[in-house]
Structures are given as structure tokens and as C-alpha cells.
Design a protein around this ligand. Structure first.
Ligand code: HEC
Ligand code: HEC
Length: 467
């Protein structure tokens, strides 16, 4: 009932909007502002807690229903099987959270810590072991990003249903490092060590590679998905032919949907090829929900109780129609992008002048003709030893990372009441610390930043804080 009322009000509001728009169309055509109008229904400059939860204006009745359905699967807690609510059972046996929303609060970025100071569930410990190059391993790696740890699999679950124990309690420890600027200013950065306490299923394989990943913001993903491949490829320069020290390359990742290698776009090493692929990956690995893409629960052969845990009534916890509804929900939300006023333009000039935009590309035009400013090239870059985690994912090496988008980070404080923790594991407490970790292909750009006069460094940080 509540839903219906809300919906009705929404439609009334929309139809008013539509008449207004129709009336002003002629004038807009005449002034050449039409492109701006086309953008404005998808992109918002409004900064509040709910910005990333709102849908775009142009949804039909049917689409609106699908959006609300997708939202419910994103937000309403899943329960373990078997249960009376068959639409939402199937959680686990091993899982990290029972909703997508608990790691991507209001579609924003996850936090590093909980209120009580413990590590947040938004940070996921991932595991792998190096390939020995055996024939069967190489065969496996054609369709999988890496070899999972034999006992715990590819990821540590911090929760389990009563039938399957959680796997471990992750912790992140930091050591302070001092960084001195050429002008004498000193800042500290935090070097992380990843710790897994209370391992419940015995020792890890002796060569286990552990990495921690914080949940990124889901701002603007529908528009990112709509970037034509040619625009991504146009920025790639794998062998650094233009000799600028930057050799971005695509992570060609295997899509279990098309059964082909495609341009990887999502997650910190770009190992997922589409939003539906990424969502199915999150469903199985983060929540223990099977889909037609990943049909088996993530218990390893050594986790007997997990394997024998009661199954949901249906083999597939999240059938295609529901998976598609979540995908639709993620895509049809408004995208936050900073207003391009004079101070933005000045900041952007400075950002470009020190090479930040060589990877954090400001501008793309989507297939539907919308100009967007996500500040990424979606390519992999070698970021040096300090950020390396030793984990390969398809063609991404241990020190390569996909340039993250920068839009929407300014909403984090509105949503969570604190500043975002930056970089793949949340080690950076502010923008300057994030820049100071840049190395490898980004070394020259970092040094250009540290050599700026203090006043300009401040201006650049202020620009980043508004994105
Ligand atoms: C336990 C925490 C957790 C849960 C639950 C979770 N995610 Fe995530 N999500 C993450 C982390 C961490 C990453 C980054 C993963 C990586 O880089 O390997 C991520 C990445 C993503 C991305 C890629 C974003 C980008 O810009 O590359 C999308 C999309 C996403 N999640 C959607 C979802 C959806 C939809 C659900 C629910 C079905 C979900 N997530 C559940 C933690 C979570
Ligand atoms: C060679 C490519 C490259 C250049 C040049 C570059 N970056 Fe990055 N940037 C990256 C990559 C890749 C990451 C992710 C690294 C990680 O998380 O380990 C990143 C991460 C960041 C982050 C953290 C984003 C987040 O979501 O946590 C910020 C902020 C940032 N860069 C700003 C800048 C600024 C400012 C400059 C210019 C001084 C710059 N970058 C230059 C590639 C680059």
C-alpha cells in the first residue's frame, strides 16, 4: 500500500515535469541547449544522503516496478534456507553480509571500520595461491581469474549459517610512514598488514596471497556500462608508444555469460565484464546466493558441513528475472557529478597539468550521447610495489589496478557521516595520502603534485573533495 501511494505521487510529479519540458523544448532547440537537457535527467548535482538511491526521471510504469523490485533485492535482508519467505532465502551457507546495501550503503562506498572500531564487513579478504603452471591450472585460468586457496576458497566469509562456521575474523594493522615534501612539509601514510584471526578450518596454504578490498561506490555505473568499447581502447597504450611513462591496458576477462573474453570494467582489478556479471559474482561470493551464472555454493571440498547444509527449495536462489531487476536498479539510478562552475574548471586545469587526468580521464560520451565525467580510463596501470598485492586476476598483475572513478566520493560524508577511506583497501585517510601512494606509472604525476607550491596542493585537494 505504502509503495503504491509513493508511486502515485511520483507519477504526478513526473507528468508535471513532462509538460514543463515539452513546453520549453522549442526554446531549447533554438538555443542549442538540447544536449544539456538530455544529460540532466540522468545526472544530478544534488548532494544529499539519498542522491544515489533515486531513479532517473524517464522510467515507464513497468520500468518503475522493475526498479522497485531490484531495489528490494538490493536492500531487504536475505535469510538462510529453508525459510517461509522463499523469495529471499538461500543466504549462505557462507557469506559476508545479508544485503548488498550493507557493503554499499545507499549505493555509496563502504566504510573501513564499524562504529565500535572493528573492521567493517565492507572490506572483503580475498585469497589465492600462485599457479605452478601445471597444464590443468592453465586450463582453469582461461575461465577463472585465479586459483583459490584450497581450504577457504577465493574469499574469507565472516559469517555462516548455523550449519557452517564462519571462516575467520579479518583485521587490518597499520604502520605509520613519514613522507617529506620538497618544501619540508611532512605527512604520514599508513602501510597495511592484513591479518586473519580465528581461522576456523585449519591453516592456510603456505603460499596464500591475501588481499583486502573495500566496497567501491556504485555511482554512475549505468553510464559507465554505456561507454563504447572504442573509447576505452582509444586510451590504451600497452607498450607506451607515446613514451609518456603511462601504459594503460585493458584487462580482458572471461565472461561466464557470453563465454568469451571481454573488456573487464568492474572491481578494483577490472576482472568483471558487465554489471550483471559483477552482480552475480557479488551474489555468490559475498552472500552465498546462486544464480544461473554461478550455480554452486562456494564451499570447498574440505568444508563438509558447508557442502551438506540444507539447500533452498530452488536450486537457483536468485533467478534471472530477479538478477536482471538488480542490474536494472543499479543502472537506472541518477548519477552524481560535480557542477562545472568556474572553480571546477580551475581545479580541473590543475588536475590535468600534473598528469592526473592521464589515467583519471575526465570525459567520455556514452552510446546514448551523454557526456560524462567519471575520472577513470577503466584501464589497468602498474602502481608500483607499495600498492601491489601480488594477486593476478586474468591479465592484471600483482601491481596493476584499474583506475577508479572519482565521481561521487564527495557524497560519502553525507551518507556515512565521515570521510571516505581511499584506495583498494581503504588505507588512505584523505586525498593527499591517496596521492602519496601513487607510484609506478603514476610516479611522475605524484612527484608533480609534491613539487607544487603548498597553496596549489590545497587547491587540488579542494577540487577532489568536490567530485
Ligand atoms: C560483503 C560486502 C559486499 C556485499 C554484500 C556486496 N558487495 Fe559489491 N563490492 C564489494 C567489494 C569489496 C567490491 C570490490 C571487489 C573487488 O575489487 O574485488 C565490490 C564491487 C562491486 C561492484 C563493482 C563496482 C565498480 O565500480 O567496479 C558492483 C557493481 C557491486 N559490487 C554490486 C553489488 C551488488 C549488486 C551486491 C548484492 C548482490 C553487492 N555488490 C554485494 C563488497 C560487497
Ligand atoms: C598511471 C595512472 C594514474 C595516474 C597518473 C594517477 N592515478 Fe590516481 N589512481 C590510479 C589507480 C590505478 C588507482 C587505484 C590504486 C589502488 O587502489 O591501489 C588510483 C587511485 C586514486 C585515488 C583513490 C580513489 C579511490 O576510490 O579510493 C585518488 C583520490 C586518486 N587516484 C587521485 C589521483 C590524483 C589527484 C592524481 C594526480 C596527482 C592521480 N590520481 C594520478 C591511477 C592513476
Amino acid at each position: 500500500m505504502m509503495l503504491q501511494i509513493q508511486k502515485k505521487q511520483n507519477y504526478n510529479f513526473k507528468s508535471i515535469n513532462k509538460t514543463l519540458i515539452n513546453k520549453s523544448l522549442v526554446a531549447l532547440f533554438a538555443t542549442g541547449l538540447f544536449a544539456v537537457l538530455a544529460n540532466s535527467s540522468e545526472i544530478t548535482h544534488k548532494q544529499d544522503k539519498k542522491t544515489l538511491v533515486k531513479h532517473i526521471d524517464s522510467l515507464s510504469n513497468e520500468e518503475y516496478d522493475k526498479f522497485i523490485l531490484g531495489r528490494s533485492f538490493f536492500k531487504i535482508p536475505w535469510v538462510e534456507a529453508p525459510s517461509a519467505t522463499t523469495a529471499r532465502d538461500g543466504l549462505g551457507p557462507l557469506f559476508n553480509a545479508n544485503t548488498c546495501n550493507s557493503c554499499h550503503p545507499s549505493n555509496g562506498r563502504g566504510n573501513l571500520y564499524n562504529e565500535n572500531g572493528s573492521l567493517s564487513r565492507s572490506v572483503i579478504p580475498k585469497l589465492s595461491i600462485p599457479s605452478k603452471g601445471l597444464k590443468e591450472e592453465l586450463e582453469f585460468l582461461k575461465t577463472n581469474p585465479l586459483i583459490p586457496e584450497p581450504t577457504y576458497g577465493g574469499q574469507i566469509a565472516i559469517n555462516g549459517t548455523p550449519d557452517a562456521r564462519f571462516e575467520a575474523k579479518p583485521e587490518i594493522k597499520f604502520e605509520e610512514l613519514k613522507v617529506k615534501f620538497p618544501d619540508g612539509e611532512v605527512d604520514t601514510i599508513l602501510k597495511p598488514t592484513y591479518v586473519l584471526n580465528d581461522l576456523q578450518y585449519g591453516e592456510l596454504h603456505k603460499d596464500t596471497i591475501i588481499t583486502f578490498r573495500i566496497a567501491p561506490s556504485l555511482n554512475g555505473l549505468g553510464l559507465i556500462e554505456d561507454i563504447p568499447d572504442e573509447q576505452i581502447l582509444a586510451n590504451a597504450d600497452e607498450f607506451d608508444k607515446n613514451k609518456d611513462g603511462i601504459s594503460g591496458r585493458v584487462n580482458y576477462a572471461y565472461s561466464p555469460i557470453t563465454k568469451k573474453k571481454e573488456i573487464g570494467k568492474y572491481s578494483w582489478k577490472a576482472n568483471n565484464t558487465s554489471l550483471i556479471h559483477q552482480t552475480a559474482d557479488a551474489a555468490i561470493n559475498d552472500m552465498g546466493l546462486t544464480t544461473t551464472i554461478f550455480t554452486e555454493d562456494r564451499c570447498t571440498d574440505k568444508q563438509i558441513a558447508c557442502k551438506e547444509a540444507p539447500k533452498a527449495r530452488h536450486k537457483i536462489d536468485l533467478p534471472d528475472s530477479r538478477l536482471q531487476a538488480i542490474d536494472f536498479y543499479i543502472k537506472k539510478r541518477q548519477t552524481y557529478s560535480a557542477k562545472k562552475d568556474d572553480s571546477y574548471k580551475k581545479g580541473l586545469k590543475l588536475f590535468k597539468s600534473i598528469g592526473c587526468a592521464d589515467c583519471h580521464k575526465e570525459s567520455f560520451t556514452t552510446k546514448s550521447g551523454i557526456n560524462i565525467s567519471p575520472f577513470t580510463d577503466l584501464l589497468l596501470h602498474d602502481m608500483g610495489e607499495g600498492l601491489a598485492d601480488g594477486r593476478t586476476e586474468f591479465s592484471a598483475s600483482g601491481s596493476e589496478w584499474r583506475t577508479p572513478t572519482l565521481w561521487g566520493l564527495s557524497l560519502h560524508e553525507k551518507i556515512n557521516g565521515k570521510k571516505p577511506r581511499l584506495l583498494h583497501d581503504g588505507r588512505a585517510r584523505d586525498f593527499q595520502e591517496a596521492i602519496l601512494w601513487h607510484d609506478g606509472e603514476a610516479k611522475a604525476s605524484k612527484e608533480a603534485y609534491t613539487h607544487l607550491p603548498k597553496e596549489k596542493r590545497k587547491k587540488l585537494i579542494q577540487f577532489l573533495e568536490r567530485l
